[in-house]
Design a protein around this ligand. Structure first.
Ligand SMILES: O=P(O)(O)OC[C@H]1O[C@H](O[C@H]2O[C@H](CO)[C@@H](O)[C@H](O)[C@H]2O)[C@H](O)[C@@H](O)[C@@H]1O
Length: 315
């Protein structure tokens, strides 16, 4: 696995032909963690980057988050070219839904939440510092503010309790960053990526490039379901199926700023001219279409898109 190099950003310049897609997780990827979810809002610096990305007609930005629709709408409503995906793929809002929230699967069953809430309330009562976040299709037990060791111990116990109590109810239990989350079985971030790629293909304009960034276990399905030629980026440490890595949200924002600002740091040069490259196109069966040998090689070394005389800028 390689660290994501700055030079990869040149695949996402406006002078590169075709529409490019960015699938971005929120917590732990675009934003550092905070003790309470409501405190982790985008910084001014992040808003500047979102503003620049929003004004790029050649980019489609997808915020693929575990947050509920109210939070995402509050924070991202100014960016009307963005598609917002709430609760790991439960509902979405963007240009193609007329900026109205639409469920991905209108038959998502959430009746199991009543039973889960009772168990989480019991654990909250006996774990000082913990709290519950209730969403529309998922319910979360937070223990970031607990005593480190005791919180971890209770989280393990809760995972076990949920696994034995929920039987074959249509929900999935997962442990994220200082949270235990129970979500509807029919939601998965990877399905969002697949649907967007397929929709773009049916409009006869497959994405020229795809970038997927996430820090959490729920983001692994995006890495796995992304097309073969996609730039998949794990943010932070840990096992992953992503091909590249960045250290944390600050590096993610720095990388996105390079795309948004359209210049590579220190080299300050423009990317390869549009006419000198054939765009590579993705299809959902994992093959790349319309890919010349030259472009295939460019996948192996993104520095190929820079003029040969320049020194590469590596991270
Ligand atoms: O898919 P994401 O956008 O990464 O959302 C995953 C969960 O993120 C939130 O929890 C995390 O961030 C909180 C704020 O920094 C932090 O307090 C918590 O410990 C983290 O796990 C969110 O509250 C959850 O609903 C999301 O599922």
């Amino acid at each position: 696995m390689q660290m994501l190099r700055d030079s990869v950003a040149c695949m996402f310049f406006s002078s590169t032909p075709g529409t490019k897609a960015l699938f971005l997780d929120y917590d732990g990827t675009l934003r550092e963690f905070e003790k309470r979810p409501e405190a982790a809002v985008p910084s001014e610096e992040a808003h500047e980057i979102f503003h620049l990305l929003n004004s790029r007609e050649d980019l489609k930005v997808f915020i693929v988050s575990g947050r509920n629709k109210e939070f995402l709408e509050d924070q991202f409503r100014a960016y009307n070219s963005f598609t917002l995906i709430a609760e790991h793929g439960f509902t979405k809002r963007g240009p193609d839904t007329g900026h109205k929230w639409r469920p991905f699967n209108p038959f998502t069953d959430t009746e199991w939440m009543v039973k889960v809430r009772i168990i989480l309330e019991f654990f909250t009562r006996c774990t000082p510092g913990s709290h519950i976040e209730e969403k529309h299709s998922a319910i979360v037990w937070h223990y970031r503010e607990c005593d480190e060791e005791y919180g971890q111990f209770k989280a393990k116990e809760l995972m076990h309790q949920l696994a034995t109590s929920l039987g074959n109810m249509p929900c999935q239990i997962s442990q994220g960053s200082k949270i235990v989350e129970v979500a509807s079985l029919s939601v998965k971030k990877g399905l969002v990526v697949r649907a967007a790629i397929t929709q773009q293909e049916t409009q006869s304009e497959p994405f020229a490039e795809v970038l997927v960034m996430g820090d959490d276990r729920t983001d692994e399905s995006m890495f796995l379901d992304a097309p073969q030629g996609a730039w998949t980026v794990k943010v932070g440490p840990g096992e992953t199926s992503a091909k590249h890595r960045l250290k944390g949200p600050a590096e993610v924002r720095r990388f996105l700023r390079i795309i948004a600002d359209q210049k590579l740091p220190s080299t300050a040069m423009s990317p390869v001219s549009p006419s000198s490259k054939t765009p590579k196109f993705f299809s959902m069966d994992g093959r790349k279409e319309n890919v010349s040998q030259e472009d295939d090689d460019a996948d192996d070394d993104p520095l190929d898109c820079l003029p040969e005389t320049e020194e590469p800028n590596q991270m």
